[in-house]
Design a protein around this ligand. Structure first.
Ligand code: ADP
Length: 621
């Protein structure tokens, strides 16, 4: 369905071919003509020549470096025969000739034919022209990129036919974005309706959102719905080693697009070229990007009303880092948020991709959607595929709910690593550690359930894991829930302390996350009574000109405040730690029971786990 724009054989190339042919003809002529027009002189061996001289048969001789031409004495007033021989190094020759009274002279240097002189001038430039044409031709013809093709845009052109085209039906879970873009489709379909009344058609739409949420897909769908060609290029492809190449590419891209108008240009990763010029910070080195950006701005300003309808859609996940010149009216003045889908969105996306695989009767897409908050469209598409791969690997006819559960786990926790062998002692520590997380997690608020405990190593670093799956989408968390999360994170280490009285290195990642959370509570969410509702973390800031400035992670604070922040963070973590210790001490028997069980089975989940966790007792204060 995608075709690459193939230019016709360039005119300059045809000219080069003709020049080449002419050069060949000249060359041949030069080889043949002198021989055609000059009569052949018979050649004789040098010895015969000397003999003839000695015999006094030679009347005159022209001695040259490459040949000696001589004439025999004629009879009866007839001129004698002319002969030639190749000279050898013979110092005696002049003497011999003189003795025999031969009239002799040095031969004039061989006359260069005008052809060869001409060719000396004509051929070398022709060779250069031919090589140049060769490279240009390769660069344009879509073959391997030639060295001189850097100024050509690498945009891919998609002209989709009816059967394969992407439409809004292929995109789900981003309803607001779709509503915005329907209007763009209208602009592309009937621009006159808007221009007649004097309205200006927007030139640029910025799709803002995290990776994999379907920005490219949406842009394709707009093109598909409007039935117009679609040029796709990534911002990073503009940036080249050579200063000026990016700008030339932008120019070329817009030229191509205008020829195919109405059409859509889609620039992925706009931030690669559109980063705020003020935030650069470094001196030099940004010239190339800046020139490319300027060219893009010029091109967008260039197509005026009534001109061909070219709409530029661009995607970025960091709109705040874009240069404000890009965002002002007349350029990317519309911003469409393409966010991660919510529950119903995820369900809709799963439904799209589930159509492509054979589902078992037990599959509950709603349950899968519930368990995958934070998954973007691309993750969900990948999830369905993973599940189908698992089913195929197990030689099943259809994909079952269990395949989906395993696929979610793979995405969340990484691949199982059965090859990582733990010693019995280590296994025991991992078991108590994970059960510690589970017991604390089961008591803490926060809207997620402990769904599985496993001591099968997974992913890069996890030796075991406790899977907590949310029961609902959460957009706000309160202070208690955050404290609960910190306590759950510390549950593993606390269990090691309670059971073994010592601690291992296994908890470092938990501690990192717990400390980060505590710090955010204090510096970002203003949840500390001591420090009050102030943001100590610096967000993105704009200076008085509206340009965003380089960020400084923490506001300038006095030494006392810095110390107070440290104390508060430490306080939160320590309180949570104590909470976890208390819970585990209270439930020491249960901790023992579950840990022993998991050492045998390696995994506990489902109903069995719920029954065990229901026995957890909260600490009576
Ligand atoms: P982005 O450009 O935002 O990084 P893409 O559009 O390239 O994301 O998405 C990658 C793939 O993920 C798409 O080709 C599509 O298969 C799938 N996908 C992402 N979001 C959605 C969605 N909202 N609906 C359907 N499929 C989606």
């Amino acid at each position: 369905m995608s075709i690459k724009d193939k230019p016709q054989a360039p005119r300059s190339r045809q000219i080069a071919n003709i020049l080449f042919l002419l050069a060949g003809l000249f060359f041949l002529a030069n080889l043949l003509l002198p021989n055609l027009f000059s009569p052949q002189i018979p050649r004789v061996p040098y010895s015969l020549f000397i003999e003839q001289v000695e015999d006094g048969q030679v009347s005159r001789a022209y001695v040259g470096q490459e040949q000696i031409r001589y004439q025999l004495k004629g009879e009866d007033d007839q001129p004698g025969q002319v002969l030639a021989t190749n000279p050898i190094f013979d110092l005696e020759l002049p003497k011999k000739l003189e003795n025999k009274g031969v009239e002799f002279a040095a031969a004039p240097p061989p006359k260069k034919s005008w052809f060869s002189s001409l060719l000396g001038w004509v051929i070398p430039p022709l060779i250069f022209v031919a090589i140049w044409q060769f490279f240009i031709g390769r660069g344009m013809g879509g073959g391997p990129q030639g060295a001189l093709s850097i100024s050509k845009s690498k945009a891919k052109v998609y002209v989709e036919d009816e059967s394969t085209k992407t439409t809004f039906a292929n995109v789900a879970g981003v309803e607001e974005a779709k509503t915005e873009l329907v209007e763009i489709v209208e602009f592309l379909k009937s621009p006159q309706r808007y221009t007649n009344i004097g309205a200006r058609i927007p030139k640029g739409v910025l799709l803002v959102g995290p990776p994999g949420t379907g920005k490219t897909l949406l842009a394709k769908a707009v093109a598909g719905e409007a039935g117009v060609p679609f040029f796709s290029i990534s911002g990073s492809e503009f940036v080249e080693l050579f200063v000026g190449a990016g700008a030339a590419r932008v120019r070329d891209l817009f030229e191509q697009a205008k020829k195919k108008a109405p059409c859509i240009i889609f620039i992925d990763e706009l931030d690669a070229i559109g980063k705020s010029r003020a935030s650069g910070g470094f001196v030099g080195g940004n010239d190339e990007r800046e020139q490319t950006l300027n060219q893009l701005l010029t091109e967008m300003d260039g197509f005026a009303a009534g001109d061909a309808t070219v709409i530029v859609l661009a995607a970025t996940n960091r709109p705040e880092s874009l240069d404000s010149a890009l965002l002002r009216p007349g350029r990317f003045d519309r911003q469409v948020l393409v966010d991660r889908p919510d529950l119903s969105g995820r369900l809709a996306i799963l439904e799209i991709y589930a159509q492509k695989v054979k589902l078992g009767s037990d599959v509950d897409l709603k349950a899968i959607a519930t368990r995958t908050p934070g998954f973007a469209g691309a993750d969900l598409a990948n999830l369905v595929n993973e599940a189908a791969l698992l089913a195929a690997r197990n030689r099943q006819e259809t994909v079952s709910q269990a395949d989906f559960a395993e696929a979610i786990e793979r995405v969340v926790a990484g691949l199982e690593k059965k090859s990582r062998v733990l010693s019995d002692k280590e296994k025991k520590i991992v078991a108590y550690h994970e059960v510690g997380h589970a017991l604390v997690g089961a008591l803490m608020p926060g809207g997620s359930d402990v769904a599985k405990i496993s001591i099968v190593p997974r992913g890069m670093a996890a030796l075991g894991y406790t899977l907590q799956l949310p029961t609902e989408d959460r957009f706000l968390l309160n202070e208690d829930e955050l404290r609960g999360q910190i306590a759950t994170l510390l549950g593993g280490r606390s269990a090691e302390e309670v059971v073994f009285g010592s601690i291992t290195t296994g908890a470092s990642n938990d501690l990192q996350r717990a400390t980060d959370l505590a710090e955010q509570m204090v510096t970002t969410y203003g949840m500390s009574k001591v420090l009050g509702p102030l943001a100590y973390e610096k967000g993105q800031q704009n200076n008085f000109l509206g340009n965003s400035m380089a960020m400084n992670p923490r506001r300038m604070v006095s030494d006392e405040t810095a110390k107070a922040i440290d104390d508060e963070v430490k306080g939160i973590v320590e309180t949570a730690h104590q909470q976890a210790l208390d819970i585990l001490k209270q439930n020491r028997d249960l901790l023992e029971k579950i840990a022993q069980q998991i050492l045998e089975t390696e995994v506990i989940e489902g109903e069995e786990l719920q029954q065990l966790l229901n026995q957890v007792q909260s600490v009576v204060a």
